[in-house]
Design a protein. Structure first.
Length: 276
């Protein structure tokens, strides 16, 4: 027998073994039984693909939202609102905020108590809930929170932001106070939010802020002035300006405003979509 014939026989033997193994696999049972069970208890089976059934269609829900409550709270509802205040911080805070929204603006006298409670998270979420309610009646409490010097900047800035969006005319006094705050981030917030207040009394406040020691505060102030007045000044490099430069530019703005303030009408500023 030649070498080629021996190789042919070897390959033929291998193919025979593979064929026998495949045949055993094809005719074997599609599962193996646990130890101790009789194979005769299982019938031979052929795998079958289960027909696909599409999931049922969801029910169409109404796009109309449930209106807020406008009726005065009952004694039970007042107690419920009081109990919700501590929950404005923690795992249930979003649920508690939603409950206040369900109770509506009549819950504001209870809700504003959260502005003086311990825990900055409670105070911040109180402001956010007032924003969700669009409760203009809470603006005086928001202004008081914004002007509170011992409050953390994040809460003060958010209180001013929401107050401006709810009733900008009542926030002028807060902007004047915050424009002189020791914290530069508070001053910047005052300069930024002033652009949404359609009151001429904020213009001299912003002009005074152009000379702020912090460049980013001055830049925010002049941007608000441009938005409110549409006044085009000479080109100045605000990004690299010095405090002395900004003092000179303050004089330019003051001279212009003194000649325009009696007849000038503010344009309607762009308003943000919602508070953050």
């Amino acid at each position: 027998m030649t070498v080629q014939q021996r190789h042919s026989c070897s390959w033929g033997f291998v193919l025979l073994i593979v064929s026998v193994g495949m045949a055993q696999t094809l005719w074997a049972k599609p599962w193996s039984l646990p130890i101790g069970l009789d194979p005769a208890d299982k019938e031979w089976g052929i795998p079958v693909q289960v027909p696909y059934e599409a999931p049922p269609k969801g029910q169409d829900l109404s796009a109309e939202s449930v209106p807020q409550n406008t009726k005065p709270l009952t004694a039970v509802e007042v107690q419920r609102a009081e109990a919700l205040l501590p929950l404005l911080e923690g795992a249930q805070e979003f649920w508690a905020m939603g409950e206040f929204v369900h109770l509506g603006e009549p819950s504001v006298p209870v809700l504003v108590k959260g502005l003086t409670m311990p825990g900055p998270r409670i105070r911040y979420n109180t402001i956010e809930t007032i924003s969700m309610l669009k409760a203009a009646s809470a603006v005086p409490s928001l202004i008081a929170a914004a002007k509170e010097p011992n409050e953390i900047p994040r809460v003060r800035e958010h209180a001013l932001r929401v107050a401006v969006r709810l009733d900008g005319a009542k926030a002028v006094d807060a902007i004047e106070v915050l424009a002189k705050d020791q914290n530069s981030s508070i001053r910047k917030a005052a300069a930024f939010e002033a652009r949404y207040v359609r009151e001429k009394t904020v213009v001299p406040v912003l002009i005074g802020m152009i000379a702020d020691a912090e460049r980013f505060v001055a830049l925010s102030a002049v941007q608000s002035l441009w938005i409110l007045t549409r006044h085009e000044t000479e080109f100045h490099d605000w990004e690299t300006s010095t405090s002395q430069d900004r003092q000179e530019w303050t004089v330019e703005w003051s001279e212009w405003w003194n000649g325009q303030k009696h007849s000038f009408e503010l344009s309607d500023p762009k308003r943000p979509a919602r508070a953050h």
